[in-house]
Design a protein around this ligand. Structure first.
Ligand code: GLC
Length: 738
C-alpha cells in the first residue's frame, strides 16, 4: 500500500478512535462465538458427554442440535460490545453485521473468523503432509483457494498458518505444523501469508501466525504442557517462522496456551512487546487462544479474572477469545488506574487497522452472488486438492520383489489386490484434524477410487485404527489377492489438538493384522494414513513397500490410487523425522553433536536398546526412479556462499526430486546443530535427464543468535552438504569471516 494510502488509513483510524467511548473501545477487544442456550431437555455439556461416551450416536446428536436454541449475542452487538465473531454461516453473518453497522452507535463492522487450517470446503493435505511437497507454489495456491472459499462464507480471518516448530511426534498438533525445520517452516509461512491475504491493498482474509510461541516444545509431547528453552534456541529455531510471517505482512498473531520459561504466552510482555512489536516490527493485532486469558488463573499466574484482564492487556494481549474477561473487567481496571487507557487505545488501533486492511468499513457484507459462487466446488479446486495430495505422499520403502529386478511398487494395472483396512472406506477420515468446514460429499475414498478405475480387488475392512480385528476377514484377505494393500494408521481424532499419544506405533490391533497378512507370504504394501510420524521399526523390517499417505484431504483416494499404479511418481520428502521407537521423541535432524556423539565406547550419548538415529530422517523420500548427485561446489561470494550440484535422473521413470542444501558451523561460541537446511529446490527430470541446481546462501544465514538475540557471525570452518535428504553425503567446506 502506498504511503499516502497508509497515511489516510491511519488518519481514519485516529478519527474513529477519538469518537469512541471507553466501553466501545473495550467492545473491540471482545471476541465471541455462538453459544447454545437450550432447545433440549439436558444441558449442552451433558449432550456433548452423552455423545462422547456413546449414549447417543453422532446422527442423534446432530438431530438434537438442529433444534438447539443458539444465542448470537445480538444485544451485545447492538451495544458495540463485540469486535469479532467466530462463525461459519454467511447469511447469519450478514444479519449480525447489519446490527453492528446500522444499529450500533459508531457502526464499526465485526470481523468474522474461523479455523481455515488446510482448506475450507475443499480440504487439502494436513499441513505436516503438504510441507512434505517442499513446493512453495503449492503452499500458496491451496491458501488462495481456501481464502476464496472462506470469503464466500463471510469468513474474513483465518486462525492459520500454524507455525509451531514440532520435533516431538507424541504431540498431536504436529499434524497442523509444517514440521521440524525452521527454514522449511519459514518458507511455508511466507507462502501461506501471501496466499491467504493476497497481494492487493484489500486483503482477502486476515492470516494469523500461531501459536506464539514455543508451543511445539511442550514437555513430554503432552499438549498444553509447560515449555522451557534457552533463548538462543528460541531465536534460532522457534522464532524464524513467525519472523517470516510478520515480514510477509501477517495481519494477526495468536498467543499460545503454554507458559514459556514460567510466564504464560498470553501474558508474556517479553514475547508480545519486546519480540513481536520491537524486534519483528509487527503492526497487526494479537489475539489470545480460546479461553486462554482465564486459564492463566489455572497456570497460577493470575489471581482472578480482574487480575487476568490487567496482566493480559498490560502484556500486549489485544483480543480476548471467548472469556468476556476484557469486556467485564477492563473498564474498572482503567478507572482504578491498573490499566492505562492509552494501552487500550493501542490495542483498538491495531484491531481497526486490520479491519481497514480487509476493507470492512467500505464493504462489510457478502453479496448473495458471492455467497453462491461455491455452491458447487469448481473442478480446479478439486484438481488443486488432488495435485497437492499427490505431491505430499512420501515413499518410505520399496523393495525388489524376491528374485527379481522389479520393485513391488508401482503395481501393474491388472494386479489382483486384497484391499485391507477400514480406513480404505472412511472418506471422512481423509480430512485429518481441523477441517471444520470441509464438505465430505466431495470426498473420494481409496476404495471408491479403485472401483472407479475398475481395479481387480476385493475389500476386507478387517480392522479400524482403534477397533477390533476380524480374523476371518484377515484370513480371506491373505488368500484372495496376489498383492495385499493394507491402509492403516490413525483416525483424524488421534492427532490434532488435545490428542497427544504416549505410544506412537500403530494403535489397536493394526500391527497384529499386518503380521497375519505378512505371514501369508504374499507381498504386502503398507499405506499409512496418519497425522504424525509413527514408530515403525517392525514394519520397516518386515513390509517390502511403505507409502506415507498422511491425511491428504478431499482427493486422497484418487491421489493414492494413481501413485499405487504408477501414474504419479511419488516425490514427497519428510517434513519431520520418524523415530524407531517412541522413546526417542523428541527426535530431529538439526541437533547438536554432544561431547560424546558415538563410537565403540559404551560411554557415549546413546541408548542401550535402540540406535540414536531416526528410522526415516527429515528430508527423506524415495521415488520410482533414482536420482544421483555429483560435482558439488561451494564458492564464497561478497554476499555469502554459492552452492551448486549436478543431479541426474538415473532411473527409467520421469520424476521430481527435492534437492536440499545443508550447512554446519563446525565450531562456534554456542554449540551449533550438526546440520541446518539452508536451501532446497524441487526439479522435474525425465528419465536420463541431468541438471545443475544452485542456491545462494546469504552471509546472515551462516550466523546464529545468542542468548540476547544478537546475531553472531564467527570466524571458522563451515561444512556444506547437498543431496536428497538431511543425511546427504556430498560435502565440502569453506573458511568464513577470517
Ligand atoms: C483452539 C486452538 C487454536 C484455534 C482456536 C480457535 O483451542 O488452540 O489453534 O485457532 O482454539 O478455534
Amino acid at each position: 500500500m502506498n504511503m499516502s494510502k497508509v497515511k489516510e488509513q491511519e488518519e481514519f483510524i485516529e478519527n474513529l478512535l477519538h469518537k469512541m467511548t471507553l466501553e466501545e473501545k473495550i467492545g473491540q477487544l471482545n471476541q465471541v462465538s455462538t453459544s447454545i442456550v437450550g432447545g433440549f431437555d439436558v444441558s449442552f455439556e451433558e449432550l456433548i458427554e452423552m455423545m462422547t461416551d456413546g449414549r447417543i450416536s453422532k446422527s442423534e446428536f446432530d438431530r438434537m442440535m438442529a433444534k438447539a436454541e443458539i444465542d448470537y449475542h445480538e444485544e451485545d452487538i447492538r451495544k458495540g460490545n463485540i469486535g469479532s465473531f467466530m462463525l461459519n454461516n454467511p447469511e447469519k453473518a450478514n444479519e449480525l453485521q447489519k446490527i453492528a453497522v446500522e444499529e450500533s452507535r459508531l457502526g464499526i463492522p465485526m470481523i468474522f473468523a474461523l479455523d481455515v487450517i488446510h482448506g475450507f470446503q475443499t480440504i487439502f493435505p494436513i499441513p505436516l503432509a503438504e510441507a512434505c511437497s517442499f513446493n512453495d507454489c503449492c503452499f500458496e495456491k491451496t491458501a488462495v483457494i481456501a481464502s476464496e472459499e472462506a470469503y464466500a462464507h463471510a469468513v474474513r480471518w483465518t486462525f492459520a498458518p500454524m507455525l509451531d516448530i514440532a520435533r516431538d511426534a507424541r504431540w498431536g498438533r504436529i499434524s497442523e505444523s509444517a514440521g521440524e525445520d525452521p527454514y522449511l517452516c519459514s518458507r511455508y509461512a511466507r507462502a501461506k501469508i501471501r496466499g491467504f491475504q493476497g497481494d492487493g491493498e484489500i486483503h482477502t482474509i486476515a492470516a494469523c501466525a500461531k501459536h506464539f510461541a514455543g508451543y511445539g516444545a511442550c514437555e513430554a509431547g503432552r499438549d498444553y504442557n509447560t515449555v522451557s528453552m534457552a533463548k538462543s534456541m528460541f531465536y534460532n529455531s522457534y522464532l524464524p517462522p513467525f519472523a517470516a510471517a510478520v515480514s510477509e505482512g501477517a495481519d494477526t498473531v495468536m498467543a499460545a496456551f503454554n507458559d514459556l520459561n514460567g510466564i504464560p504466552c498470553t501474558m508474556n510482555s517479553w514475547l508480545m512487546k519486546d519480540v513481536l512489536r520491537k524486534r519483528l516490527g509487527f503492526d497487526g493485532l494479537v489475539v489470545s487462544d480460546a479461553n486462554a486469558i482465564k486459564e492463566c488463573i489455572s497456570h497460577g499466574y493470575a489471581e482472578d479474572e480482574a487480575d487476568a484482564a490487567v496482566k493480559a492487556l498490560n502484556a500486549g494481549m489485544e483480543i480476548d477469545m471467548g472469556t468476556s474477561i476484557f469486556l467485564t473487567k477492563l473498564r474498572d481496571a482503567v478507572q482504578n488506574g491498573d490499566v492505562k487507557e492509552s494501552a487500550v487505545n493501542e490495542a483498538v488501533r491495531n484491531i481497526l487497522r486490520v479491519k481497514a486492511r480487509l476493507g470492512l468499513f467500505e464493504n462489510p457484507y457478502i453479496s448473495a452472488d458471492e455467497m453462491r459462487c461455491f455452491d458447487r466446488l469448481p473442478a480446479e479446486h478439486l484438481e488443486a486438492a488432488q495435485e497437492a495430495a499427490e505431491k505430499s505422499a512420501v515413499l518410505l520403502k520399496n523393495d525388489f520383489l524376491p528374485g527379481t529386478k522389479r520393485r513391488l511398487l508401482p503395481l501393474a494395472a491388472d494386479t489382483r489386490i486384497s484391499l485391507v483396512g477400514a480406513l480404505a472406506d472412511m472418506p471422512e477420515e481423509n480430512f485429518g484434524a481441523w477441517s471444520v468446514a470441509g464438505d465430505p460429499s466431495y470426498c473420494i475414498s481409496l476404495k471408491q477410487a479403485l472401483e472407479e478405475r475398475k481395479a481387480d480387488f476385493r475389500y476386507f475392512p478387517c480392522c479400524a485404527p482403534e477397533g477390533e480385528l476380524n480374523h476371518e476377514e484377515a484370513a480371506q484377505a491373505a488368500s484372495y489377492g496376489d498383492v495385499i494393500v493394507a491402509i492403516l494408521g490413525e483416525t483424524a481424532s488421534q492427532s490434532g489438538e488435545a490428542s497427544s499419544r504416549s505410544f506412537i506405533g500403530l494403535s489397536g490391533h493394526q500391527q497384529e493384522l499386518l503380521k497375519l497378512l505378512q505371514a501369508s507370504g504374499k507381498p504386502v504394501v503398507l499405506l499409512l494414513q496418519n497425522g504424525r510420524p509413527l514408530a515403525l521399526s517392525w514394519e520397516n523390517e518386515n513390509i517390502p513397500a511403505i507409502l506415507e499417505c498422511w491425511q491428504l484431504g478431499t482427493m486422497m483416494g484418487p491421489a493414492v490410487s494413481r501413485i499405487l499404479f504408477g501414474e504419479v511418481n511419488p516425490s514427497g520428502k519428510l517434513s519431520a523425522s520418524f523415530p524407531r521407537v517412541t522413546g526417542q521423541c523428541p527426535i530431529y535432524y538439526n541437533h547438536p553433536n554432544t561431547g560424546r556423539p558415538g563410537g565403540k565406547s559404551k560411554f557415549t550419548s546413546r541408548y542401550l536398546d535402540t540406535e540414536n538415529g531416526p528410522l526415516y530422517p527429515f528430508g527423506y523420500g524415495l521415488s520410482y526412479t533414482e536420482f544421483t548427485y555429483s560435482d558439488f561446489e561451494a564458492e564464497k561470494t561478497d554476499s555469502g556462499v554459492h552452492l551448486s550440484v549436478a543431479v541426474e535422473n538415473a532411473g527409467n521413470a520421469d520424476g521430481a526430486e527435492t534437492i536440499q542444501f545443508y550447512m554446519q558451523d563446525v565450531t562456534a561460541s554456542l554449540v551449533r546443530p550438526v546440520r541446518e537446511l539452508r536451501g532446497y529446490q524441487k526439479v522435474f527430470l525425465k528419465a536420463g535427464e541431468k541438471s545443475r541446481c544452485e542456491v545462494c546462501i546469504p552471509q546472515k544465514s551462516l550466523g546464529f543468535y545468542d542468548e540476547d538475540g544478537k546475531l553472531r557471525m564467527e570466524k571458522g570452518n563451515f561444512r556444506f552438504y547437498a543431496g536428497g535428504s538431511s543425511e546427504a553425503e556430498l560435502q565440502t567446506e569453506l573458511m568464513f569471516f577470517d
